[in-house]
Design a protein around this ligand. Structure first.
Ligand code: CU
Length: 120
């Protein structure tokens, strides 16, 4: 216990450091680029002629990989925004959305096959 009391002697130092860091945070508040989260990777399966998950929410700059588990090709097509072209069986396609929005997409070979990519 006495040892614990002794370690608390370091507290003033720690507090001073915290104040310095706080000042740095304020100074840097104008450009938040350093605080951005690291990009994440997401996976959507194309299986039994369906996208799974049907709807996926990602951040701008994340990457999304569609993996075809079916024994025939599919596409990931949001007209005018993105289009994978034909993705063969066992192949995949990766897209990194550059802007926020809600992007419903289909497979051009199976128009009933629908998914939605939400980018925030
Ligand atoms: Cu398809």
């Amino acid at each position: 216990m006495a040892g614990d009391m002794h370690t608390s002697a370091c507290a003033p130092d720690g507090r001073r450091r915290a104040l310095l860091i706080g000042g740095g945070l304020l100074a840097g508040a104008g450009s938040m680029a350093w605080a951005r989260r690291a990009p994440m990777r997401h996976t959507v399966l194309m299986d039994a002629t369906a996208y799974a998950p049907l709807e996926l929410t990602v951040h701008v700059g994340d990457s999304v990989e569609w993996v075809n588990k079916d024994p025939f090709p599919h596409t990931v097509t949001c007209a005018g925004v993105f289009d994978s072209g034909s993705i063969a069986d066992a192949a995949s396609w990766t897209y990194r959305p550059p802007k926020a929005g809600r992007f419903p997409y289909i497979c051009v070979f199976h128009p009933n096959m629908k998914g939605t990519l939400i980018v925030i």
